[in-house]
Design a protein around this ligand. Structure first.
Ligand code: UD1
Ligand code: CA
Length: 451
């Protein structure tokens, strides 16, 4: 395969987004837009990836380095246009061989295979190949001025005449060049247009003038839609979710109401899992086969073992690791905790920073008191222990295997295996005392009314 350098552009101001967060850090399917684009560039077989960002974009550089440490960063000090931005990666393209692809960083549905369409055209002998598409609404996109198979120029929406604006075929997001052609032309771009910007799209006209062969490929709109504002962001999210839902159903996952289940880019769900309506998966979730996720549950950074049952109304937070056959019921929150096989936490509990053994029964309203305002402490409960309802396990604390904690206990000391622990006031019954109290209260009320 021919060597490929991808230059991803993300230095724009993103003004149409109206956000203090850089546009390409807004997530789609739980992954920043730029993460989708760098992944696509990687999947396309790029041997090197350059990313161009602006001076206030340290957060983008950080996020990308965390995902793909070998991406090379360049700064565009001032957003003077996409052509100016691509030129910032000079250090990488001066000695590039093979192909150079300039890719816009704001296309979250882009996949590796979309590169193939234009790279194949270069393989077939073209000098420049641009990815195009036919959006339902072409407003804002650059229009392709063609003559048969030849792409003569790209006219930006703002610079286009009424007639040119009627053209449906538009510039998508990948502009591919033979490296030497790109190098020869990149410094010839001028800024004589409505926005006084240096457009990368001008390379098309320049290449034609230089006698180069310029053509295009076509991608489906859903793959190459750009995100400039919040409604396009919502549309990208919708497209992402629809694809994930279909993929999971094809893989043997039951979604009772697909539209109401939301996945992340990395959600892993095994065959024969059932997911009820209104379930949200944040990043980092793996669900094993046979598990049932009941309605209105929110799950992120968690692992759910086979045949486990979660919810309705359960919240699994990062580090929740449920073994096989575990039952987590309604209004239960679990964070940084191992839950052993067959354990039951059925109602109204908070279990955090804990290790709960196999077959343990956690009663209604039990909480682990894991935080003293400064530090987190761990709670350990051994296999087969039984924690009575409405108990507080004040960490650090250990309840041994097979131990029984009486309901309503506040457990501050370790409990040895098979022991009964009672950490509550002893009950006192006073015969007739209730009746006397009520009589006193009634008399007081009547005297207030003057009766
Ligand atoms: C651009 C294209 C247009 C295409 C459309 C597809 C140009 C001139 N226009 O328009 O033909 O139909 O994308 O979505 O190329 N950027 C920089 N530095 C800059 C300006 C932009 O790095 O100085 C980056 C942005 O961060 C963004 C990408 O380049 O990721 C595209 O810029 P944007 O302003 O969104 O261009 P569009 O108007 O969408
Ligand atoms: Ca854009």
């Amino acid at each position: 395969m021919t060597e490929l350098l991808s230059i991803i552009l993300a230095a724009g101001e993103g003004t149409r987004m109206r956000s203090s967060t850089p546009k390409v850090l807004h997530p789609v399917g739980g992954l920043p837009i730029i993460g989708h684009v760098t992944r696509a560039a990687r999947d396309a077989g790029s041997s090197r990836i350059a990313l161009v960002t602006g001076p206030r974009h340290a957060a983008i550089r950080q996020a990308v380095t965390a995902m793909q440490p070998d991406v090379v960063h360049f700064e565009q000090a001032e957003a003077k246009g996409t052509g100016h931005a691509a030129a910032m990666a000079r250090e990488l393209f001066t000695d590039a061989e093979g192909y150079i692809a300039v890719v816009y960083g704001d296309h979250p549905r882009l996949r590796g295979e979309n590169f193939r369409v234009v790279l194949d055209r270069l393989d077939a002998g073209l000098d420049v190949a641009i990815l195009g598409f036919e959006p339902k609404d072409p407003t804002g996109y650059g229009r392709f001025i063609t003559d048969g198979e030849t792409l003569l120029a790209i006219r930006e929406h703002k610079d286009a005449s009424e007639e040119e604006r009627r053209i449906r075929l538009c510039n998508a997001c990948i502009l591919a060049f033979r490296a030497e052609v790109f190098r020869d032309l990149i410094d010839r771009i001028e800024n004589d247009n409505v926005q006084s910007e240096y457009y990368i799209t001008d390379l098309v006209g320049l290449a034609n003038k230089a006698g180069k062969k310029v053509g295009f490929g076509i991608a489906p709109e859903d793959d190459v839609m750009g995100v400039n504002d919040r409604s396009q962001l919502a549309r990208a999210e919708g497209l992402f979710q629809d694809v994930r839902r279909e993929d999971f159903m094809k893989a043997g996952v039951t979604l009772k109401d697909p539209k109401s289940v939301w996945f992340s880019y990395d959600t892993e769900i095994a065959q024969d899992v059932t997911i009820e309506p209104n379930v949200v998966f944040g990043p980092g979730v793996k669900i094993e086969s046979g598990a049932v996720i009941h309605a209105f549950s929110h799950i992120e950074g968690a692992h759910v073992g086979s045949n486990a049952s979660v919810g309705p109304f359960a919240r699994l937070r990062p580090g929740a690791n449920l073994g096989a056959d575990v039952k987590v019921g309604n209004f239960v929150e679990i964070k940084q905790a191992e839950i052993g096989a067959g354990a039951k936490i059925s109602h109204l509990s908070y279990i955090g920073d804990a290790s709960i053994g196999a077959e343990v029964n956690i009663g209604a309203g039990v909480i682990t008191v894991n935080y003293d305002g400064y530090n987190k402490q761990r709670t350990i409960v051994g296999d087969n222990a039984f924690i009575g309802s409405n108990s507080a396990l004040v960490a650090p604390v250990t309840v041994g295997e097979g131990a029984l904690v009486g309901s309503g206990s506040v457990i501050t000391e370790d409990v040895e295996a098979d022991a009964l622990a009672l950490g509550r006031g002893r009950q006192i019954n006073k015969p007739g005392r209730a009746k006397a109290i009520f009589a006193e209260a009634q008399a007081k009320k009547l005297s207030k009314k003057g009766l």
